[in-house]
Write a protein that binds this ligand. Structure first.
Ligand SMILES: Cc1ncc(COP(=O)(O)O)c(C=O)c1O
Length: 469
């Protein structure tokens, strides 16, 4: 195993990184304010990326990937830094040597995560994964027959399954908006879609940001604001948010955000990051806290119930501790997750966001150049809708994207013949009778612009070879 490596980044070094971070902040991919100059700045910063190869090479050295393969499916699985692996190893051995239990609410680790994600320890839970976080969020709320959830037709099973349970168990009505695909959309379109669908019985909105199907970053802040205005609960499936975005959970204004620890954040498998709003902060979300009961917990009073939820900025109860405390847990993985978060903080979350999204923007531009902009399922021109996932139709004959076997073969051949790990995913497209099986690329901090250029060349070459009837 490689030795631990620390990143020797000089924060005072003048480089394009500050420009990159600034461009990302201006662009506001989490649904902040768009700036007309932001895209141009982002493009300039992206082209300057190669100039700081030394820094990102050092970052690449923190991981232990198999040589010869380029991993671009982080949306499915990340990869732990070596120092997290070492900690997992030593903590597992210590637990075994000392016959230790895992009864804890893991406050120390929750404090680390709270610092990383702009919230307080009583609001952040190390869940089992995103799906687990979505179950905690949805199943813990109080539902009555006829209550309605407004969601989308591009949700993951991680959210769809608990919504189906609510439907069957309580008679909750699930209403879905049809999401557009491609580059001809703006953040306002999503607000309008949801706004029109929300009715008098709507109790909550559930949306993925970004969606795993097209890599479209739904504008979290704008949608959370809409939920506040409509007086409904907002639940974000943010599986891809931790580790990709420099997110401040308070600032997002949502009630719940369930993210993965094991994807972009590169924590151990079996970890997620769940934000549960637990105080009323008027500058972010002035709405009263919804009634909530932890559903999987060992920490609930046997008589008397929970204290009333706070109406101000001081919590009346450590809700996250209640959700976190369920019997004896796998302590080393939580320590590992906190370690990966520390590594990200050391590198700089703004830089990671700017770097990973810039590579994706570069990829999107190259796809638009070679295949035409209509091949993109991910938007590229509204900076509020972009992220480090890129979904597109790789086939020269666009109809071929409806053929699952052909799409599966494309992904397999990209690995077998060119050494790139990417994936495909199916989804409905407005106006098409059949689902599309687009491919999806994740650009993370161990990739660079050369990898992206070579990926494009490989995909173009393969799409030429596969252009048969
Ligand atoms: C949008 C989205 N939600 C939920 C999940 C499920 O993630 P997990 O394995 O962390 O439960 C995924 C996994 O890819 C996803 O992309």
């Amino acid at each position: 195993m490689q030795a631990d490596r620390t990143l020797d980044f000089d924060p005072n070094r003048r480089s394009f990184l500050s420009a990159l971070a600034a461009s990302a902040a201006l662009a506001g991919p989490l649904g902040g304010l768009a700036s007309s100059g932001a895209l141009a700045q982002q493009a300039a910063a992206a082209s300057a990326l190669k100039d700081d190869a030394a820094f990102w090479n050092e970052v690449r050295g923190l991981f232990s990937h198999k040589p010869g393969v380029r991993y671009m499916n982080i949306g499915t699985a990340g990869s732990m830094p070596v120092e997290t692996l070492n900690l997992l190893d030593s903590e597992n051995r210590r637990m075994a040597r000392e016959s230790m239990s895992g009864y804890s609410n893991f406050l120390d680790q929750r404090k680390t995560l709270a610092r990383s994600f702009g919230c307080d320890p009583d609001e952040i839970v190390m869940s089992g994964n995103t799906s687990d976080g979505m179950c905690h969020s949805l199943l813990g709320l109080v539902w009555l027959p006829g209550d309605e959830i407004v969601t989308t037709n591009h949700e993951h099973g991680g959210g769809n399954v608990p919504m189906a349970i609510l439907q069957d168990r309580y008679g909750v009505v699930i209403k879905r908006v049809t999401l557009p695909v491609g580059n001809k959309q703006t953040a306002e379109d999503y607000v309008e879609l949801f706004s029109k669908a929300i009715g008098p019985r709507t109790k909550a909105m559930v949306f993925s940001a970004p969606t795993y199907k097209t890599g479209t970053m739904l504008p979290i802040k704008m949608l959370a604001k809409l939920a506040q205005e409509k007086g409904i609960v907002s639940i974000c499936d943010g599986a891809h948010v931790p580790g990709m975005f420099a997110a401040n959970f308070h600032d997002l204004g949502v009630d719940f955000l369930a993210g993965a620890g094991h994807k972009w954040q590169c924590g151990p498998l079996g970890t997620g990051i769940l934000y549960v709003r637990n105080k009323v902060l008027p500058q972010y979300n002035p709405r009263p806290l919804p009634a909530y009961y932890p559903v999987v917990t060992s920490s609930y009073p046997l008589a008397g119930g929970l204290p009333p939820r706070t109406t101000n900025d001081k919590e009346t109860d450590d809700l996250a501790a209640r959700i976190q405390s369920t019997g004896s847990r796998n302590a080393p993985v939580y320590m590992g997750l906190a370690k990966s978060c520390e590594v990200w903080d050391r590198i700089g979350r703004d830089k990671i966001q700017a770097y990973t999204i810039s590579m994706s923007q570069h990829l999107k531009e190259k796809i638009a150049e070679k295949w035409g902009v209509d091949a993109l399922y991910s938007p590229k021109d509204d900076p509020r809708l972009v992220c480090a996932l890129t979904g597109f139709n790789p086939f020269r004959n666009p109809e071929h994207v409806k053929d699952k076997a052909r799409s599966d073969a494309f992904v397999k051949r990209m690995l077998d013949e060119y050494g790139f790990v990417i994936r495909n995913v199916n989804f409905p497209v407005p106006g098409s009778q059949q689902e599309h099986y687009g491919v999806r690329v994740s650009t993370h901090l161990w990739s660079n612009m050369d990898d992206v250029d070579q990926l494009v060349d490989a995909m173009w070459d393969l799409s030429g070879k596969m252009n048969t009837v």
